[in-house]
Write a new protein. Structure first.
Length: 201
């Protein structure tokens, strides 16, 4: 299995220096946004980007780092987990402004769900099919190894290989490997779904 980077020290729930923890988390977040700014955020005006980044940082530190403490329960790679939480916050932000209509949503455990068009645009048969598709894709992704789940998650969020290597803190030369690995993982997922009769994705 491909080795994933170790989490930063402030991800440890037992740390007793909240001021230093907050400062280092803020530094990490600003570096993350500088190096791996998701396209969802790039589409916003600069002032909205700044507001959203501030809200995301507050989300992690509110209630005595409640969200940050949840990381230890996931067993996930910290950078990818942080990215997922950020993306979910961005989606909430955009939904409130009616700028976000169709998404790929990933929960912190890595079980993906495909978001559908507004229910008002679907007939009952399409809605039932979409729910089954969501459940089967989520189940299929859950059967993949952790590295594939990570690549599928980031690929589903429109991260390109050169952006994925930044999230993984790997050198840019590994972008081609990530691209090949992502294609392999997608094919593996397609085969798992085909075994369950899902061929229309």
């Amino acid at each position: 299995m491909t080795e994933l980077p170790s989490p930063p020290w402030f991800a440890d729930g037992g740390v007793s220096d909240p001021e230093r923890r907050m400062a280092d988390l803020e530094h990490y977040a600003h570096e993350f946004f500088r190096l791996c700014n998701p396209r969802l955020m790039q589409r916003l005006p600069p002032e909205d980007q700044r507001d959203l980044q501030r809200d995301i940082i507050l989300h992690f530190i509110a209630d005595n780092f409640r969200v940050l403490r949840q990381f230890r329960q996931t067993g996930a790679n910290f950078d990818a987990w942080f990215c997922t939480v950020c993306l979910n916050q961005m989606k909430d932000f955009l939904k409130k402004r009616n700028r976000y209509r169709q998404v790929v949503f990933d929960d912190p455990d890595g079980a993906a769900q495909l978001a559908a068009h507004d229910r008002t645009q679907q007939n009952p048969e399409e809605a039932t099919h979409r729910r089954r598709l969501v459940a089967e894709v989520s189940r299929g992704i859950g059967l993949l190894d952790r590295y594939c789940r990570l690549l599928i998650r980031l690929g589903g969020e429109e991260f390109r290989p050169r952006e994925i290597v930044r999230v993984l803190r790997w050198p840019q030369e590994k972008a081609k490997k990530v691209s090949d690995d992502l294609a392999y993982c997608k094919e593996k997922l397609r085969k798992l779904l085909a075994e369950r009769g899902i061929t229309d994705i």
